[in-house]
Design a protein around this ligand. Structure first.
Ligand SMILES: [Zn+2]
Length: 205
């Protein structure tokens, strides 16, 4: 498995406890999903841990189930989750503070991100859904891919805020637009842990 896979698996160990955090994580997942439009939610992943987490997350955050669950035989090994039912889409858009019938570029809804716990949850969701990171043993490169350009810029601004000096070295080693983010610390820790486990595994091998 890739390093990014291990980091995501690590992040999926964080329990889904508070409703506020579940909505924030769901928001991150959706903004960085394959599709989040007025007519469709489509989340595609190759990560089994994230796939196991998604139904629980959406149940907690939005009290609903996916219309389509992964069918590995059909989608070439990719895990695809879809929602197309109108009432469910309404529920999701409303929970995130968006108007499903307005055709504006989506902004980040900062009302969902007031608490530190929720900001971390949002970033976790964004990373699980649209993120990748290279093995720090080789090279530090982190990406978050979204088709929602405006929201993406606001996420970048969010990541530049709230320095946390205790994680300085790692953040500096990470690529530019995430280097001063306290909300990002959980991902950084997961990267560290996964790197450590990998080192230990190599020592044993
Ligand atoms: Zn929270």
């Amino acid at each position: 498995m890739s390093f990014a896979y291990d980091v995501k698996a690590e992040l999926c160990k964080v329990p889904i406890n508070r409703s506020c955090c579940a909505v924030a994580e769901g928001c991150g997942v959706l903004l960085y999903a394959s599709a989040f439009t007025a007519n469709e939610v489509r989340i595609v992943t190759e990560n089994d841990e994230f796939a196991a987490r998604l139904p629980k997350l959406f149940q907690k955050a939005f009290s609903l189930r996916f219309d389509e669950l992964p069918d590995k035989s059909k989608d070439g090994g990719k895990l695809v989750f879809r929602i197309t039912q109108e009432d469910k889409l309404d529920t999701i858009w409303r929970a995130l503070g968006y108007d499903r019938r307005a055709h504006f570029a989506l902004h980040l809804n900062f009302a969902l991100l007031e608490e530190e716990c929720c900001r971390a949850s949002f970033l976790r969701g964004a990373f699980l859904s649209g993120g990748s990171v290279t093995d720090p043993q080789k090279r530090y490169h982190l990406e978050l891919a979204t088709s929602h350009v405006q929201a993406g810029r606001e996420v970048e601004a969010l990541l530049r805020k709230n320095p946390d000096p205790t994680e300085d070295e790692i953040r500096l080693a990470l690529s530019g637009n995430i280097c001063r983010c306290s909300g990002y610390v959980q991902i950084v820790r997961a990267v560290k842990r996964a790197a450590k486990e990998r080192r230990e595994a190599q020592c044993r091998a």
